[in-house]
Design a protein. Sequence first.
Length: 319
Amino acid sequence: MALGPAVPLVVAVGGGLASAFFYLSVTFGGMGALILGYLAPLPLFLTGLWLGAPVVALAGLAGAAAVLLGTSGSMLVALSYLVTGAAPAILVVRQSLLARSREDGSLEWYPPGRVLMGLTGMGVAALLAAVILTLDQPGGLEGLMRQTLARVVEPAFRSQGQPAPDPEAFWVAAVLPGLVAVSWLVMTIVNAVLAQGALMRFGRNRRPAMRLAELELPSWLAPLFAVSVAAASAVPGTVGFLAVNLALILAIPFAFAGLSVVHVFASSKSARTLILVGFYMMLFLFGWPILLLVGLGMIEQWIGLRRRFSPAAPGQEDE
């Protein structure tokens, strides 16, 4: 059904306002508000994956304006919304909706692996920018993280009559930027998947679903990840700090590649749903299976585990 010329504008503004409301809901406090905060990109993805990149760009601007008004003119908060919410949504929507015609007339959509690498590149760029902008700080970005954590917990220590903790005691500061970037990337991906699923449910999607089995990573990623891990283990100072956080970010594509292996393996079994539900429960309850996924992702890139597990692979019977 054709849409009127005013519909994209109304949807864009509405999506931006909803996104801004979710983004600012964290100031209300409580677990429910936190969940809404994580869903802030969802309205942007819904508008963009339905109506295209120009519409999501407009929605992002509308959301930023709403955040600016909702925070009494705080440019920092509005800029944070643009960088962490609107920019990745615009990137994912634009790349996801790229397609070219094959000789048979069908469409070849932009590969999901390249969309994932685009998001990962944004995470790496944000890390590098943060490191560069804090070079004049004592201890650089790591030192700033330690000082910030010390100031955050200081009131709790003083209320109990205990001395303020030494900033050097906060070892988590060494990996905090990478963990924040990982959380942001996962949040963005989850919102994009939810939006695409909802649009497909109502027949409003522009492109078919991105399947994990189609995820392919560039060949240079594994050597770069290995160098980052080695540097994180052997090089001290700012370079080592940068390397360990870079390795955390670069682990995300391999984790999704590993997840694709799990899905392909499960699809070859009669108890597919049970296997996937059990695995996701372990992943969310314990967390450590993420290391298994990263390892599976690297092995997949080297030897192609999905081809071996696929029901259509040679030597296996089709179900």
